[in-house]
Design a protein around this ligand. Structure first.
Ligand SMILES: Nc1ncnc2c1ncn2[C@@H]1O[C@H](COP(=O)(O)OP(=O)(O)OP(=O)(O)O)[C@@H](O)[C@H]1O
Ligand SMILES: [Mg+2]
Length: 472
């Protein structure tokens, strides 16, 4: 359940916000309708009160017209009566639907009584006017003086006041309800708005927390990736160092053991040959062949030893080894070669020399294999804090996408340089040649001297021996 809540809490909060927003709409719409309805009811009550007052006034007008006519018998005094009667009928017509739908059943009854009383009053007035017009004014006055009209009028006033009071009460009740529903509606809106704010704030903090957690996870992942990359780099560089150490050891073994054996064998055979008489021509010939094979074996051994660990590098240093290697490869490939190397070999840490030499080897190998170049330039520059090697050809160049999967050369160069805190840049484009630039830091400034402490190394290769161009 907890996991479910954690997983869906953002969706739940969003859904909650939507429901609350819909709630706000419904509450405000209902409040608006209720207020509108109450407003209309209140306006109707006020209009009814006005009509009741007008009705009372018109009845008074009708009675005044009746009295004036009875006293003067002049037709013009009848005018208020004649004006009032149609207005009274109209007002009664207007009030009828109001009381027909009135929620207070008593009010409807009172209204019915009022209509009857008004009918009686108008009937009494009509009768007295009719009698007056027919010269029976004494009879008309008699009816007026009997007080019937006065009592009817009192009853009408009473009924009108009753209805007015009811309308006032109804208007007051509506107004109170109006205020209540206004307050309720405001309270509802305030509540849902507050709830919405709470949900939005919760959503905001939830999102912020998610964001923080995902950032922390990302950081952790990045740290893991960095740590793994560092471990892999260090593993790769240890492997390279181990491979270099193996190569050196193998080169030494080959030189010391095999070289000594071959030399001793050659000397023994030469000794035997010197002691053989002329009559052993066939043996002479065989031994000469054996010596020849031993010489070929020594040349092959030197070549292998050089490929494993160039003796020039150990003996003279990077500049000389780079010159020798480049010239040999260029001669085989038929390139014009341009060399910019320090005149005096800088004394560099061994691993820097090896790394730069291997980069040079692989760059020249690649240029031979792929570039179809006619010109190659090799530059080596050493400053107090770093060494820079550049190998540039004017060949066909390449795009990064062209690199076949599983290619190790450029990757190995980059690995070698970066493992030692340096960098490798490969600049190339189809038709524009290729420039390989390796930059390696040198912890201690290089010493510019020609003689250097040397380790025991195989003999320098015989002139004409080729460097094997091994992968970097
Ligand atoms: N000087 C160059 N001129 C043209 N293309 C080159 C040059 N150097 C490298 N390339 C291209 O870059 C690719 C990658 O070179 P990289 O040395 O990494 O691998 P590789 O030589 O194909 O294989 P490996 O070195 O592992 O034997 C090559 O296959 C080649 O297409
Ligand atoms: Mg290669």
């Amino acid at each position: 359940m907890d996991a479910w809540l954690t997983r869906w809490r953002r969706e739940l909060a969003l859904g909650g916000c939507l429901v609350v927003a819909a709630g706000i709409l419904v509450v405000s719409e209902l409040g608006h309708r209720s207020i509108t309805h109450r407003y209309q009811s209140a306006m109707q009550s006020i209009a009814t009160s006005v009509r009741l007052n007008t009705l009372s006034a018109r009845l008074a007008d009708a009675e005044t017209g009746q009295r004036s006519f009875l006293l003067t018998a002049k037709r013009e005094y009848l005018e208020p009566y004649e004006d009032a009667v149609p207005q009274i009928r109209k007002l009664l017509d207007e009030l009828r639907p109001h009381y027909a739908l009135h929620p207070d059943a008593d009010a409807e009854k009172v209204y019915a009584t009022l209509i009857a009383a008004i009918g009686a009053k108008l009937g009494e007035i009509d009768l007295t006017l009719d009698l007056t017009e027919h010269a029976r004014i004494d009879r008309a006055l008699e009816i007026v003086q009997s007080g019937v009209g006065q009592r009817t009028m009192d009853e009408i006033r009473f009924l009108l006041e009753d209805l007015s009071r009811r309308e006032d009460n109804s208007a007051r009740t509506i107004a109170e309800g109006w205020h209540a529903s206004l307050a309720l509606s405001r309270l509802g809106i305030a509540l849902v708005a507050a709830l919405n704010v709470v949900l939005v704030v919760a959503l905001f903090f939830g999102l912020k927390r998610d964001w923080r957690v995902s950032n922390e996870r990302q950081d952790l992942l990045n740290r893991h990736v960095r740590e793994r990359t560092r471990q892999l780099d260090s593993l790769a560089s240890r492997l390279q160092e181990a491979a270099e150490a193996e190569r050196s050891a193998l080169a030494r073994e080959l030189h010391d053991e095999l070289g000594a054996l071959l030399t001793a064998s050659k000397m023994d055979i030469a000794w035997i040959r010197g002691r053989l008489g002329e009559e052993h021509a066939a043996l002479h010939q065989k031994l000469a062949r054996v010596i020849q094979h031993l010489d070929q074996g020594m040349v092959a051994k030197r070549r292998i030893v050089e490929g494993l660990r160039p003796s020039t590098l150990s003996t003279f240093g990077l500049a000389t080894a780079a010159r020798e290697l480049t010239e040999q490869v260029a001669e085989r490939a038929g390139w014009d070669v341009e060399l910019e190397l320090p005149e005096i070999d800088p004394q560099l840490p061994e691993e820097v020399e090896i790394a730069l030499f291997r980069v040079l080897q692989e760059s020249l190998t690649n240029a031979t294999k792929y570039a179809q170049a006619t010109r190659v330039r090799v530059r080596l520059g050493c400053e107090p804090l770093h060494c820079r090697l550049e190998v540039e050809d004017n060949g066909r160049g390449f795009r990064a996408g062209e690199m076949r999967s599983g290619a190790q050369g450029l990757f190995g160069m980059r690995q070698r340089t970066e493992a030692r805190g340096g960098s490798l840049h490969v600049l190339s484009a189809p038709g524009s040649g290729t420039l390989i630039r390796a930059l390696l830091p040198v912890q201690s400034p290089p010493c510019w001297r020609s003689s250097r402490p040397r380790e025991s190394v195989p003999v320098a290769p015989a002139p004409g021996d080729a460097h094997g161009i091994a992968g970097a």
